[in-house]
Design a protein around this ligand. Structure first.
Ligand code: BT5
Length: 246
């Protein structure tokens, strides 16, 4: 059952101790006509990443999904994903973590020699027509009060980087920033650039079975990444991006 979460947020908040996936619950709410609801869970038993990947979500993290119905065409939806990355990276910085964004939407903590560890991931799902989104669910998973031993390899947490974080306050800050940018979509890309670790890096990007290696240059107004390769500049709208050691 949903429990009162006690937030002064610009969204109604539905809190659960355990859920399979907050994205699944938010999609269910979308089906019953709801909007501007945030589903938060302490633990997920069936957390999902992109492309049917498993997302580990033990108790102690911040697992949430924002349901909204923006009046935008689907082509603008990636800006909501980037806005969520900006909101998460900023809240993590406020919590004392040296957080940055890896294109398109991972929040990482850069380490020595080009290394990095994953602090948070975002999964956006939507439904709609070609000219208009019906609903959008932006799922945000942050390793908050968890320890490396409870996480997959290559992951880090707020707790490991900067100590235990107040999760209510953290969620509130994420929602406030997300709310600010969703009503000012033109400001998303500049804010994203300020927090981005990817431009300037040597990257390997996998998109639909093909691989692209080169130097990441910049993102365009839709969040697509330009990469300088040996065969010239390529622009990628989505994919799995790995920063290569310099
Ligand atoms: C993502 O996928 O990074 C999106 C994750 C979104 C999770 C949130 S939690 C709230 C909401 N409800 C859900 O069910 N999902 C969303 P992707 O880029 O595909 O990365 C997935 C990969 O990250 C996995 O294959 C693992 O290698 C790694 N991984 C899994 N759990 C992790 C964790 N807790 N921390 C860091 N990395 C993890």
């Amino acid at each position: 059952p949903a429990i009162e979460y006690g937030l002064e947020a610009p969204f109604a908040v539905e809190y659960h101790e355990t859920l399979a996936s907050t994205n699944d619950r938010a999609r269910e709410l979308a089906g019953s006509g709801e909007t501007d609801v945030v589903v938060v869970a302490d633990e997920q038993t069936g957390g999902r990443g992109r492309l049917e990947r498993v997302w580990d979500a033990p108790a102690g993290g911040v697992w949430l999904s924002i349901l909204c119905r923006p009046e935008i065409p689907p082509a603008r939806a990636p800006l909501y994903t980037l806005a969520a990355a900006v909101a998460t990276a900023r809240a993590a910085r406020e919590a004392g973590v040296d957080a940055a964004i890896k294109w398109p939407n991972d929040v990482i903590v850069p380490g020595d020699g080009g290394d990095y560890r994953k602090l948070a991931g975002i999964l956006t799902e939507m439904e709609g027509e070609t000219d208009r989104v019906a609903w959008l669910v932006v799922g945000i998973g942050v390793n908050a009060n968890l320890e490396a031993a409870d996480l997959p390899e290559g992951a880090t947490s707020i707790c490991d980087e900067a100590g235990v974080v107040g999760r209510r306050r953290f969620v509130q800050r994420v929602l406030e920033t997300f709310d600010e940018y969703r009503s000012n979509l033109d400001a998303v890309i500049p804010a994203w650039r300020d927090l981005a670790a990817t431009p300037g890096q040597r990257v390997r990007i996998e998109v639909a079975g093909t691989e692209l290696v080169g130097r990441a240059v910049d993102v365009d107004g839709h969040g697509a990444l330009t990469v300088a390769t040996d065969e010239g500049e390529r622009t990628v709208t989505t994919g799995d991006c790995e920063h290569l050691r310099p």
